[in-house]
Design a protein around this ligand. Structure first.
Ligand code: SF4
Length: 385
């Protein structure tokens, strides 16, 4: 049984190398080879002593994710499905924009929180991802995209931001998440600043406090409702950690956060949480907490419909009217652009399809013809890097 070195942050790798009788600086060299150069073969690591390379070959491996498929949207969004064994698949999405490239990473196979508007939530929880499975999504995408862009003669930095907003509730997988965040931030690996790594949570209050002490990266909170009655229904975790407790935790977090505001995500659901009255309740809620020191920014998200939800996307006019009420009250508000609509890039949609055999068969038939509703789909079954 060999150890997958993607499971380690630098301190973990130092401890592993010490067991092999190697010094700290060797671990740093190895760490750079893995994360900065994307090496997966110890023979590539020519500045490591041959004796160390031999030891590594027998005791360790660098095992990236198994790619099920890659879907490229006409807007440049790329979505990968990765096989993590036992029938579970996870999703990773790259979203290019003019001034940044954002990678959206999964933290669990499925999710136990069960938000009503979320396709992943409808699939239920399967298991926590390991640190290596979290990190390997970045490792794979970074080196894939570098090659991809090199072929197009582009030199720009590929992934400038990471958001833990894929499948799963990251703060319900804290032990595996923390070393993964450390790898993202480490200058010997990806060197991302804390402002550019965002953990998105549905509100696991005790772990928000832990994150604020251990590794205060940027925080996004999935709010989605202005009162407990509605939020209990949309985000069941609210019954355990209601809005007041959640906002107090946000205020505590802000003291350590790398940005001077907390981002609140609000998925706009037609006739459910998108009425002017809801916006006015939000304003009142935020004004109360602003007086206690909380600064916020709102991100209104168009809902990506999926049949089992029974919910509909709010009309754009409704979203704009909602945003205006918040902005008139001085709350910074953005409306998220939908990206990758043509490849079902909404969290959990493709993975849900993979678990639905009927749908898979239909998709595979379409893929054999090379096209899916005008979308190019690249199937890389069983390929691992
Ligand atoms: S929105 Fe996030 S926390 Fe809620 S069910 Fe989906 S993955 Fe889980």
């Amino acid at each position: 049984m060999t150890t997958n070195l993607l499971d380690y942050d630098l301190e973990g790798l130092v401890a592993f190398c010490e067991q092999l009788g190697e010094k700290r600086f060797r671990a740093t060299q190895l760490f750079r080879w893995i994360h900065q150069k994307g090496a997966s073969d110890f023979e590539q690591m020519t500045d490591l002593a041959k004796s160390l390379r031999e030891k590594l070959k027998t005791s360790a491996c660098i095992q990236g994710p198994k790619v099920v498929s890659r879907h490229e949207s006409t807007d440049g969004t790329i979505k990968w499905l990765f096989d993590v064994g036992a029938g579970d698949v996870i999703e990773t999405v790259f979203i290019p924009e003019a001034d940044r490239g954002t990678l959206c990473i999964s933290s669990q196979a499925g999710c136990a929180v069960g938000c009503r508007f979320c396709s992943t939530g409808h699939q239920g929880f399967s298991r926590n991802l390991t640190t290596g499975e979290i990190v390997s999504q970045l490792w794979f995408a970074e080196h894939f995209l570098r090659e991809h862009l090199a072929r197009k003669n582009r030199q720009d930095r590929v992934i400038s931001n990471v958001v833990m907003m894929g499948m799963g509730e990251p703060l319900q997988n804290y032990a595996q998440l923390l070393p993964a965040l450390k790898v993202m931030l480490d200058d010997h690996a990806y060197g991302l600043s804390r402002r550019r790594v965002t953990v998105s949570t549905s509100g696991v209050v005790p772990m928000m406090d832990r994150l604020g002490k251990d590794c205060p990266v940027a925080l996004a909170v999935s709010l989605h409702a202005p009162n407990d009655a509605l939020r209990d229904n949309l985000v069941p975790l609210n019954k355990k950690y209601p809005i007041e407790e959640l906002l107090e935790a946000c205020t505590r977090y802000q003291a350590a956060a790398p940005r001077d505001f907390i981002t609140f995500e609000y998925c706009m659901l037609d006739g459910v949480n998108d009425q002017p009255e809801h916006a006015r309740q939000l304003v009142s809620l935020m004004q109360t907490h602003a007086a206690r020191g909380l600064s916020c920014k709102f991100n209104l998200i168009p809902f990506n419909p999926f049949p089992a939800s029974g919910l509909k996307r709010s009309e754009m006019q409704q979203v704009a009217a909602f945003a205006k009420i918040l902005m008139d009250a001085g709350i910074v508000t953005t409306i998220r652009k939908t990206r990758g609509d043509d490849i079902d890039a909404a969290c959990g949609q493709l993975a849900g399809d993979v678990q639905d055999r009927t749908s898979v068969d239909r998709r595979m038939a379409a893929q054999r013809q090379g096209m899916l509703g005008g979308i190019k789909v690249v199937v890389l079954k069983g390929l691992s890097q």
